[in-house]
Design a binder for this molecule. Sequence first.
Ligand SMILES: Cc1cc2nc3c(=O)[nH]c(=O)nc-3n(C[C@H](O)[C@H](O)[C@H](O)COP(=O)(O)O)c2cc1C
Length: 451
Amino acid sequence: MASKREIHLGAVPYGTGGPGSHTLWLDPEIPGDASVDVAWFTEIAQLAERGRFDLLFIVDSQFITPYSPPHYLNRLEPLTLLSALATQTSHIGLVGTATTSFNSPFNLVRRLGSLDLISRGRAGWNVVTTGDAGTATNYGLDEHYDYDTRYGRAQEFVELARALWDSYEDDAFVRDRESGVFLDRSKQHVLNHEGEHFKVRGPLNLVRSAQGHPVVFQAGDSDQGRDLGASVGEGIFTHAPDIPSGQAFYDDIKTRARDRFGRNPDHLVVMPGIKVVVGDTDEEAREIEAFNNDRDHTFSAALAEFGRAFGWHDFTQYDLDAPFPSETLEHGRRSFFTQAKAVTERAVENGWTLRQTVEATRYFRKSEFVGSPTTVADKLIEWWEARACDGFNVGVDHPANFRRFVDDVVPILQERGVFRADYEATTLRGHLGLPVPVNRHTAARTADVTA
Ligand SMILES: Cc1cc2nc3c(=O)[nH]c(=O)nc-3n(C[C@H](O)[C@H](O)[C@H](O)COP(=O)(O)O)c2cc1C
């Protein structure tokens, strides 16, 4: 395994436009049905693979309103989409969001394991607890779980997933035509799991892939979310507006992993999501950014979408020029609470009106990664060298912009020796420098023999 530290890159396609990008779909290069068009995703995945990206990441949610972003209104289920992309790509990692709040472990673990086999060891699972509280109403519940239950389920779910993936030892299937032995039955293992949230007998009817288990990513920023990431995450998806906050998060999550959970911090890859704009010159890139910001992020769309973190509370009912209605934070209690709390605290600290708060969040994502190819490459390297992250999830918004990133920025990173010139591995674990987990039953058997 390569011990040299390298930048890791993920591509996150937002189809017709994700949060805050309500008019991205006006770009003539984006088909109106891009978010449900497998050909469009294939093109992006192959482009990212040409750029030697570590992974393609498909985000997900399952609760919409008429004001949801275009990509969220009408989009493909991630694991189904990624299984199709697996057949059209050969190296790039394929990571999908799947919630532990509204899935049954056996079913999801089986689907993830299938993707891992179909892609020959390139699957990744972004473990979320679901931010949109309304999702509960699509699954027979009146309200979302409280945070303790959300994260309690997530922790047990991931541990259970890993145990199920170890149902068969790697040499369980003998398939010896001469002796007629198909399976070494001693190498198939029943789980009999009975935990606080789940009861699963096992075994899973699936062998492990070339990378052992799909790579587990985690995204969630509360104290419980960080503990989950530090204990079971191998990749962490996050947001960081600048280097100091990136460094603080990076240090916190790696310290938790080492000190609280006894893990090797290098086995946990931190990748903030970033927005990149590439131009011929820094001035041109800033002009493109300003044009896109004005067109893709209108105030009225931003106001309609503002309530998402607050359980889709309707903020159009308030006076825009009155002080921010901080009592609305309660609506976010079972939604994206960490985000809702951060926004509310900023508004109160600054004495902002609702209008000023929406304006501030509209440009919350103002990016440092805007400029000529050299400027963007320099910035990426600066963040990575400062250990504000181990890599980046690059948002794919305007396709021309993503092409420029692949064609003009990636080669600079390669020349500087901080990013692979070609793939050196065929699995996602290989790209990320993560170890292949030893099957627990094989490990126990080996320990018995050597004891
Ligand atoms: C970077 C990032 C990406 C996320 N991606 C998703 C997603 O794709 N789907 C989803 O339902 N929730 C997503 N979440 C939400 C989290 O799973 C979680 O429910 C939410 O952030 C609230 O938990 P927290 O207060 O611990 O952050 C994401 C959160 C973060 C920070």
